[in-house]
Design a protein around this ligand. Structure first.
Ligand SMILES: Nc1ncnc2c1ncn2[C@@H]1O[C@H](COP(=O)(O)OP(=O)(O)OP(=O)(O)O)[C@@H](O)[C@H]1O
Length: 284
């Protein structure tokens, strides 16, 4: 059973489609990097998965149940605006969350908060730094003992140390409990450390969906002479040409032809290649 799957999902706000014809299935126990440029539809997708927004077309299922405007009991969602009761102390907030959730593990919250250096449990949420608030929100999300954790930009307001701390907590959660995680972020180098599956959305559509190692192995970056691209095989995703040199991102290219140097892309150059191609299509 897939923790999250989408069949031809679309979401329209007034006259504008935020997402169209999105189909994918998130494998169980994986950490999924949800990436795409600003306005690609990442938050919309996560909010739909959390049951906060209904699809306009198609169907989104969590643990084989249509989301249908309700949060599945096995799903925890950390929204981009980190909604928390700001007048409460962290300790009081923990008690309030315990009272609001049928399934709750105070031990798990204590354990996670104990791993976070910057969080004083007697401080009011309002007085915490944005980064510490994010970490508290993650601890609360884990208190529900989710089987699917949806994180919208969890790393954006964290300093490098806090990012590292938070990524470790996510990795431990996956290793200890087998939780499936979908995490949206623009910080591709951080994502590479923890994610094993890539979901790339752009222009409201899913552009890439697959195991990161397999996706990277399917692609090649070829660098060679602008004058002779005819010998290059595979599907061209994007190209940058400077003077006499071409840098091509290709899918299924095979061996580099004579005069060309071929390497496997890293996650950052792969995502950049797809986003560049998509932007050029839109500008045409
Ligand atoms: N409540 C809303 N009403 C109208 N339009 C919306 C609403 N929420 C999102 N949109 C539009 O839907 C599109 C997708 O937005 P969304 O926030 O899902 O993108 P995103 O990929 O999360 O962007 P970012 O990386 O900037 O957070 C954008 O064009 C946005 O303006």
């Amino acid at each position: 059973m897939n923790p999250l799957s989408a069949t031809a999902v679309g979401k329209r706000y007034r006259t504008r489609w935020a997402l169209r014809e999105c189909s994918f299935a998130v494998p169980e126990g994986k950490v999924v990097a949800l990436v795409g440029p600003n306005g690609a539809g990442k938050s919309t997708l996560l909010r739909m998965a959390a049951g906060l927004v209904r699809p306009t077309t198609g169907e989104l299922r969590t643990f084989d149940t249509p989301t249908d405007g309700r949060t599945h009991p096995d799903v925890s969602f950390l929204a981009q605006d980190r909604p928390l009761y700001r007048d409460l102390t962290v300790r009081e907030l923990t008690r309030a969350c315990a009272a609001m959730n049928d399934r709750w593990s105070a031990d798990r919250v204590r354990e996670v908060l104990g791993l976070l250096a910057g969080v004083d449990r007697d401080a009011k949420v309002d007085t915490l730094s944005a980064g510490a608030r994010t970490q508290v929100a993650i601890a609360m999300a884990l208190g529900r003992l989710p089987r699917l954790l949806l994180l919208d930009e969890p790393l954006s307001d964290l300093d490098p140390l806090a990012r590292d701390e938070t990524l470790r907590i996510i990795m431990t959660e996956v290793a200890d409990r087998g939780t499936t995680v979908v995490v949206s972020s623009h910080l591709l180098s951080d994502l590479r450390e923890v994610c094993d599956h890539l979901l790339l959305v752009d222009g409201g559509r899913v552009q890439v969906d697959g195991d990161i190692e397999e996706v990277l192995a399917e692609h090649r970056v070829l660098v060679g002479p602008v004058a002779d691209e005819s010998a290059v095989g595979g599907t061209l995703i994007s190209a940058t040409r400077t003077g006499r040199q071409s840098t091509l991102l290709l899918r299924g290219a095979g061996r580099a032809p004579e005069g060309w140097a071929g390497t496997e892309p890293d996650l950052e150059s792969l995502v950049m290649g797809y986003l560049r191609a998509s932007r050029e299509r839109r500008l045409r």
